[in-house]
Design a protein around this ligand. Structure first.
Ligand SMILES: C=CC1=C(C)c2cc3[nH]c(cc4nc(cc5[nH]c(cc1n2)c(C)c5CCC(=O)O)C(CCC(=O)O)=C4C)c(C)c3C=C
Ligand SMILES: [Fe+2]
Ligand SMILES: [Fe+2]
Length: 367
């Protein structure tokens, strides 16, 4: 027998609201080994993330990874931690706040919130809170421009498993990906152009490196569209910038484990470019809408060292879209497109409430 969360008695005509829920990966609560262990345990236990059969993976995870990795990763987190907390969380929180303002300008009265797939604020708690606040329509917006089963799909799974616990379910919509959204590509292109304007235009010995988070190679063979969506975003960005094929390169970072991942790998590519005598690289991470450990530490610190040790002269890391105005506008456009057909004004609902109160009065009974 399913067990449902406690539910208030249904009242006809109660206010109905629409919510937009931004979803990101999640991040440890503190840059300490124990907080990182808790985070990694939840993250890496997800069968969408690691597809190795369970008894074997359970032994590797608990016997090796969770003993060794948390301390090393915590040191890396400590190197990028801010006074306000983990950069990923700080940026997502601000993005939600800004999106609320932008959607408000567009005339929508929607509730905008954010949740993390792993850690806090959890998806289940946030969805329950939205429901308790009267949200009967919820748009799920995973903040992954390129679809992957290990990111987008697992975020939707988590929402679906929360739905299983709900008696009176809200209506749900979800965004699959936005790899070729014109506003997203234009915001990336504008950030590169602004960077060229302030750091000098690219010379003859130059590459723009577009570094995406990697995935195991088998995901491509098994039909995950992630690789293709990354190629598409990269090509559209290059086209927007007027870069020919020799002037940019798409590569994949953050390899985890010993299996083959999507190639070319970012770190060896940076080192090789330095060795080949390429003078300057600018690195952008279009797959990450918010700066995080993987961009601020792995690219801006370690990637820089790879290129310079290889013999390169000038390395620039371009920040993620974060709170850029053009990006938040693009996000608002993405949300509005998905919201189409849903009432996003409170007024009609309030009118409905008034009407049902009148009816209740007329009938002399609760509605
Ligand atoms: C952009 C999309 C991402 C994909 C695809 C992705 C797949 C993926 N990641 C791991 C393992 C780790 N990732 C870690 C951090 C991390 N990953 C993403 C995004 C994607 N991951 C982000 C935004 C972050 C940063 C989080 C932060 O707190 O700043 C980590 C943790 C850090 C570490 O110990 O190295 C791991 C582990 C796998 C296995 C995977 C797909 C199979
Ligand atoms: Fe990752
Ligand atoms: Fe592909």
């Amino acid at each position: 027998m399913p067990r449902y969360l406690p539910e208030p008695a249904y009242r006809h005509g109660s206010p109905e609201k629409t919510a937009v829920l931004l979803i990101n990966l999640g991040t440890p609560e503190e840059p300490t080994a124990s907080a990182v262990r808790r985070y990694l345990k939840e993250f890496l236990s997800d069968p969408r993330v690691v597809e190795i059969p369970r008894p074997v993976w359970w032994l590797i995870l608990n016997g090796i990874i969770l003993r060794l990795r948390p301390r090393r990763s915590a040191e890396k987190y400590a190197s990028i931690w801010t006074a306000e907390g983990s950069p990923l969380k700080v940026h997502v929180e601000r993005q939600a706040k800004l999106l609320r303002g932008f959607l408000g300008q567009a005339g929508h009265q929607v509730v905008v919130d954010y949740a993390m797939r792993y850690g806090e604020p959890s998806m289940a708690a946030t969805l329950s809170r939205l429901k308790a606040a009267g949200c009967t329509r919820i748009l799920l917006l995973p903040l992954y421009p390129q679809y992957a089963a290990s990111t987008t799909a697992t975020a939707i799974d988590a929402a679906c498993s929360w739905l299983q616990s709900v008696r009176n379910q809200p209506e749900i919509r979800s965004l699959r990906s936005f790899a070729d959204h014109p506003g997203y590509i234009a915001a990336l292109a504008a950030s590169v152009r602004e960077h060229w304007a302030s750091s000098g235009p690219p010379g003859d010995s130059y590459r723009l490196i577009m570094s995406f988070h990697g995935l195991p190679r088998y995901t491509l063979d098994k039909g995950d569209p992630y690789h293709c969506e990354c190629q598409k975003s990269g090509r559209l960005l290059a086209e927007a910038l007027g870069l020919t094929a020799e002037r940019y390169q798409i590569c994949f970072q953050s390899r985890f484990g010993r299996a083959e991942w999507l190639q070319p790998y970012t770190a060896p590519t940076l080192r090789a470019l330095g060795k080949q005598g390429v003078q300057r690289v600018d690195v952008i991470c279009p797959g990450f809408p918010a700066d995080c450990l993987e961009t601020l530490e792995e690219i801006a610190i370690e990637g820089r060292a790879e290129f310079l040790h290889g013999g390169g002269k000038e390395f620039h890391y371009l920040p993620c879209l974060n709170e850029r105005d053009d990006w938040i506008r693009a996000l608002a456009d993405i949300a509005e497109t998905q919201l189409r057909g849903w009432p996003t004004q409170l007024a009609p609902d309030q009118a409905g409430l008034e009407l049902s109160a009148l009816r209740a009065k007329a009938l002399g009974a609760p509605s």
